[in-house]
Design a protein around this ligand. Structure first.
Ligand code: NAD
Length: 473
């Protein structure tokens, strides 16, 4: 753990395993509620000094961290592949994405402008300033184990907040590597604190209960987000919630089916389907259904499953056996209710796969709303294709979910693209585009996919409090 500028160990530790091989790759300090208290105390003590340094000084730390992260890109990516499983090329992309947040928020730190507002009274002046909220508690998931950290830590530091982070228990080594960078970049003692723990519950409780934590920022499942938001509500703490998704991917019949199938297969199997913006329901208009399915299936057949460090691997392992079970259940349920299985459909457990958590990339067509996969987040390498007939029908089907994170639309018709963009109840919409994300663009969901946005100007505003001054002159 890293508390008040120092690395700490505890009596207890927990092991971190490589999901591709089962090999234990590290032992990490097992923190508890007292460590969370200690870390919050350090963040409280550091807040006054950090929030009153200049934005230029805070930006300098983030710029240095950006440079260090890029210097260590290869080593960080290899660590991520060993700890989380994604293929090395995807890990390299994630490290770049993570570093982008450090640079973007270093730049934005200097642009926290206030406002003056004309008053109706001749003797009055209004001034608005934005200031750091205070101590922030953050909880991050394992699926993007470096970028989900910088997406929170960078705006916290840029705004003048201090922070305590609890990373996912599956990927604490990546978190430790990020904190080594922030330490070397010159973050003062107490400004950033890391509490690793096997059991997240007591830490989450302390984050909610401690009166000096002013904001709770969480990325993870909707169920846990709801629980934490309820806990934070007792003291009306600010919350940012980046939660689950169930993205529709809509392909209209004027789209090029080959191009659309290529896009859908790339984004579906990104990170072995373990992405919050992963398409969970692929709606294809009947006129191009056959050519879409054929192209998609050919692409799935060529995917190579294996250890992410091996050359040519396109699909890594799942994070654990619970994930393998959940996916098997969704596939069995769909097939038993009439879905057509084109590729995969089973766990891979022989030979090199035997010690890891592997599932064959799977393509199902003829999926319908009676199947579990139509409603439940899959978070694995299963693509589900659903046919549709017309525009109104597909928009209604796409919006028929309590999630609202990402959606995708493929069409060559500009007016249809614009209408769909406006009608879909999702926070992020890719139009003929499978990567609508960037440090400069607001990321976040509607409905039960979350509250608030990360990245972009909005991502900094979420760490700032608005203060109005009314001056009688
Ligand atoms: P999860 O909710 O189980 O865990 C996320 C984090 O919360 C981990 O650090 C975990 O230790 C912690 N946690 C779990 N239970 C807790 C509790 N009771 N109190 C406090 N902390 C607790 O989710 P996961 O399986 O790690 O991640 C996958 C989920 O995250 C998916 O639903 C995915 O869609 C979502 N996600 C969302 C985004 C986004 O930006 N919207 C990004 C990545 C992942």
């Amino acid at each position: 753990m890293y508390i008040n500028g120092e690395w700490l160990t505890t009596g207890g530790t927990f092991s971190v395993a490589n999901p591709a091989t089962g090999e234990i790759i590290g032992e990490v300090a097992d923190g508890d509620q007292n460590h969370a208290k200690l870390a919050i105390g350090a963040a409280v003590a550091a807040f006054k000094g950090w929030s009153t340094t200049t934005a230029y000084a805070r930006a300098e730390v983030l710029h240095k961290a950006y440079a260090l992260m890029l210097e260590r890109k290869q080593a960080l990516a290899e660590l991520m592949t060993r700890e989380q499983g994604k293929p090395l090329k995807a890990a390299l992309n994630e490290v770049q994405y993570a570093a982008d947040f450090l640079r973007w928020f270093a730049e934005e730190a200097k642009r926290v402008y206030g406002e003056t507002i004309p008053s109706a009274r001749a003797d009055q002046r209004f001034m608005v300033r934005y200031q750091a909220i205070g101590v922030v508690a953050a909880i991050t998931p394992w699926n993007y184990p470096i970028s989900m950290i910088t997406r929170k830590v960078a705006p916290a530091l840029a705004s003048g907040c201090t922070i305590v982070l609890k990373p996912a228990e599956a990927t604490p080594l990546c978190a430790i590597a990020v904190f080594e960078i922030l330490h070397e970049a010159g973050a003062p003692a107490g400004v950033i604190n890391l509490v690793t723990a096997r059991d997240p519950v007591p830490i989450g409780k302390e984050f909610c209960a401690h009166s000096e934590v002013k904001k709770l920022t969480f990325t993870g499942s909707t169920a846990v987000g709801q629980q934490l938001a309820q806990g934070a509500a007792a003291q009306l703490k600010r919350v940012s919630m980046e939660l689950g998704g169930h993205a529709p991917f809509i392909v209209f019949d004027d789209a090029d089916p080959v191009h659309a199938a290529k896009g859908a297969s790339l984004v579906k199997f990104l990170n072995t389907g373990q992405a919050c913006i992963s398409p969970n329901r692929i709606f294809v208009q009947r006129g191009i259904l056959d050519s879409f399915v054929t192209t998609f299936s050919d692409r799935v057949a060529k995917m190579k499953v294996g250890n992410g460090l091996a050359e040519g691997t396109s699909i890594g392992p799942l994070i654990n056996q619970a994930a393998v079970k959940k996916i098997s259940r969704q596939v069995e349920d769909a097939v038993s209710k009439g879905a057509v299985l084109h590729n995969g459909g089973t766990r891979l457990a022989d030979g090199d796969y035997s010690a890891g958590h592997f599932f064959a990339p799977t393509l199902l067509s003829n999926v319908n709303e009676d199947m579990l996969i139509y409603r439940e987040e899959t978070f694995g390498p299963v693509a589900a294709i659903i046919p549709f007939d017309d525009y109104d029908q597909v928009i209604e089907m796409a919006n028929d979910t309590h999630y609202g994170l990402a959606a995708y639309v493929y069409t060559q018709n500009l007016s249809r693209a614009m209408r769909a963009f406006e009608a879909l109840n999702f926070g992020i919409i890719g139009i003929n585009d499978i990567n609508p994300t960037s440090a400069a663009a607001p990321f976040g969901g509607m409905n039960q996919s979350g509250l608030g946005r990360e990245g972009a100007r909005e991502g900094l505003a979420d760490y700032l409090e608005t203060k109005l001054g009314g001056f009688s002159i």
